[in-house]
Design a protein around this ligand. Sequence first.
Ligand code: 4AD
Ligand code: MG
Length: 430
Amino acid sequence: MIAYVEEIARFEGQEITIRGWLHNRRSSGKIHFLTVRDGTGFIQCVMSRKAVGEEIFESAGHLSQESAVIVHGAVRADARAPGGYEIDVTNLEIVSPAQPYPITPKEHGVDYLMDRRHLWIRAPRQQAILRIRHEVIDAVRDFLNSRHFVLADTPIFTPAACEGTTTLFPVQYFDDTTAFLTQSGQLYNEANAMALGRVYCFGPTFRAEKSKTRRHLTEFWMVEPEMAYATLDDVMTLAEGLVVSVVERVLEKRQNELKVLERDTGKLERVKGPFPRVSYDEAAEILKKKGLPFEWGGDFGAPDETALSEEFDRPILVHRYPSAVKAFYMKPDPMRPEVALCVDMLAPEGYGEIIGGGQRIEDYDLLVQRIKEHGLPQEAFEWYLDLRRYGSVPHGGFGMGIERVVTWICGIDHLREAIPYPRMLYRMYP
Ligand code: 4AD
Ligand code: MG
């Protein structure tokens, strides 16, 4: 019977088959210890000369790392084994011996590993990260699906900017048209919300960010919920609920992976609502007190976000930034028009912004004015203005960057490991 390592406990005492690859091999004369991985986990397979015969035993003794193998054997509980179980091998099929493998347990530089990303993802740490990424995505979908949200996909080829014109990737679209890769599905999301009430899009987004930081990819995945009849407060409550739920789920289902990553899970256990709600003004005060050269009116840089999030043991919701530093669609606070009804969620431990969103302008005239002020071509936004012509209502939503969240939850220090094939300023290979 074919078994998967992640559910090996179910097969204690039974004869099973594992189909995978040789991760590591140690030998002590009469016994080979083969660590085999099947994609779902790693397990030690103990092979004795007596049990498999001379020929198989000899060939196993020369097997190289990452050779494809099929192992047959009996599952035995062993308290000393990492996963609590081992396999006593009765037979081994060599499906495909591997050439000398370029990634060995020794330390390799990051560039070396990134050039071999297609192989590096086989390493235990990388697998753990990608499994947590999967869990995060699954948790996001479950959370939204169980709260009346409908997944409505938004286009990737778009005719206009959503998040400012400086980070657009142009694409030749047939002969005489330039399309841009989407920076955010938000504008279409707003239309979808007016049709379906509560919606989300979840896909790749693109930013031609020339920044070479540990927080920026040029292609990243974003989930964007959008709600009709919603205020900034509703947006903050939803963002908080989503993040609490995602962290809870990873803690519940991915303890093994968190262990592989040596994540301090105590820090994640503290991620419970309510999250502190800090106004931009208060945040600016905190930065001044900490001695950072921050002036009211500017956007927070990465060092500012890091300094702010260090002050709290859970994510914080920073709201009401100056309108001048935010996107054209942000609704001004009626009590104080110089600030916008927007919010950024900053992750703790210095990880910085993981969510950005807010309430949108629902007034037609004001929106037209903002499009002009931002130097955007009104023709391209006529359809978007229609949403203010035909039954406009208060609405809002946010975008959560998946790689930012995964990086934080995993406690790793660079976004490049939070996606299988990162795209960055200087990296498009493999
Ligand atoms: O704050 P941003 O730019 O917000 C928007 O795009 C809104 N239109 C979303 C909305 O309201 N529907 O981006 C949202 C999130 C950020 O908080 C961050 O997590 C992530 O997207 N993000 C990036 N992640 C990786 N690399 C980049 N270059 C990113 N830029 C933004
Ligand atoms: Mg932002």
